[in-house]
Design a protein around this ligand. Structure first.
Ligand code: NAD
Ligand code: MG
Length: 388
């Protein structure tokens, strides 16, 4: 039996992962499941999958989790230390699907015990890409992309020479506001931003799709994952969300990955890699779809894309600062403390202020330094937001 753990099991990616493994219970032994405030879901899944341990990130919910697991034989635990302890338990395959920088420590712990890490948590790559890859190498593990664009690039690169890659194009739906007039964007509400035209995802990544912060994180993730020169990475708006990425080679060929917007493809690919197994995703009827369209990704409409280029040029811990500032700006937007367009301004100002502090961005990429840069960026972003 394959030993597997899922961090962020109660979220959108976590639930899709459970959907796949629950179809095949004989094959998997579930070691750990983690969640946040939804302990009812966590307990239900832990019982159903007969997990060894269920961990909630929220210490205040431990007693409720214990009650819900009473008599099941599933251990209950809570808090960040418990999350890391659970990630250290031997497992063959670990899904990293916590949202935000909080996903980094359990992912690293899973890699340290030699697991294959299926990485949905793009923030890990943005904050600490070199550390994640180096930890995998040092312990004989592997990192497999789960983000749909990166899974698509990974699949297009199988059997290819990376030196022959001329460009990598990742697509973006354009999110909720792709057709809104620019003047209207300042007044956009969290509810409007949290409706996605094509994908059904968690609230935070859906809003990040509307602002293109999601794509900005993914551009950085592409650089880190495939060690690709940022100059070769392009973003193209593709409203249908059927082509997830294209890889261009020096002979002029473009290899596109086409599939329905269903994360169970990328999750299932990472689960069965290097095999391809039958997956419960819709088969596309291309005649019915008729056409695929593309547009340029305008950096005036989506300044997050410009900021991603600046972050890659700065290198070091700039990604950790960028992500942390984005998380706080997003919190403030959701709480209606700042407007939609103010998010990118807060992130840019945070990057400028933190970069001015000598040594912070250029410190080595260790977990401690990532935590320090993340913390400093959050405090700085909060100061900027409070001044508003
Ligand atoms: P979600 O909000 O639906 O779920 C997040 C999960 O993380 C939940 O289990 C939640 O309880 C847990 N969590 C939240 N904060 C936590 C914290 N501080 N500590 C520990 N656990 C915490 O999010 P999602 O849409 O499933 O996205 C998860 C990750 O996958 C994100 O990094 C996202 O960018 C990435 N991703 C998601 C999709 C998608 O289709 N949903 C696609 C590509 C990549
Ligand atoms: Mg994606």
């Amino acid at each position: 039996m394959r030993r597997i753990s899922i961090f962020g099991a109660t979220g959108s990616i976590g639930q899709s992962t459970i959907d796949l493994i629950a179809r095949d219970p004989e094959t998997y032994h579930v070691v750990a499941l983690s969640g946040g405030r939804n302990v009812a879901q966590l307990a239900e899944d832990a019982r159903k999958l007969n997990a060894e341990i269920a961990v909630t990130a929220e210490v205040a919910r431990l007693s409720e989790l214990r009650e819900r697991l009473a008599g099941s034989g599933v251990e209950a635990a809570a808090g960040e230390a418990a999350l890391i302890e659970a990630a250290r338990r031997p497992a063959d395959w670990v899904m990293s699907a916590i949202v935000g920088a909080a996903g980094l420590p359990p992912g690293l712990a899973a890699l340290e015990q030699g697991a294959t890490l299926a990485l949905a948590n793009k923030e890990s790559m943005v904050c600490a890409g070199p550390l994640v890859m180096q930890t995998a190498r040092a312990h004989g593990g592997a990192v497999l992309p789960v983000d749909s664009e990166h899974s698509a690039v990974f699949q297009a690169l199988i059997g290819e020479d990376i030196a022959a890659v001329e460009r990598v194009i990742i697509t973006a739906s354009g999110g909720a506001f792709r057709d809104w007039p620019l003047e209207k964007l300042a007044g956009a509400t969290p509810e409007e931003a949290a409706t996605h035209p094509n994908w059904d995802m968690g609230q935070r990544i859906t809003i990040d799709s509307a602002s293109m912060f999601n794509k900005a994180l993914e551009v950085i993730e592409t650089k880190e994952f495939f060690d690709i020169d940022p100059a070769l990475i392009e973003v193209l708006v593709h409203p249908e969300s059927m082509i997830h990425a294209l890889v261009g080679f020096r002979d002029g060929a473009l290899m596109a990955h086409v599939g329905p917007p269903d994360m169970r493809h990328a999750i299932g690919f990472a689960l069965h890699y290097p095999e391809r197994k039958t997956l419960p995703v819709a088969r596309l009827d291309l005649v019915k779809l008729g056409q695929f369209t593309f547009r340029n990704a305008c950096e005036t409409r989506w300044p997050a894309l410009r900021l991603a280029r600046e972050v890659m040029a700065a290198g070091g811990l700039a990604g950790a600062v960028f992500n942390a500032a984005k998380e706080r700006a997003l919190d403030a937007f959701i709480a209606r403390r700042i407007g939609f367009l103010r998010m990118a301004e807060v992130v840019e100002e945070t990057l400028n202020r933190v970069s001015a502090q000598s040594g912070l961005i250029t410190a080595g990429i260790t977990l401690d330094n990532v935590r320090a840069a993340d913390h400093f960026a959050r405090v700085t972003a909060d100061e900027i937001i409070t001044q508003d």
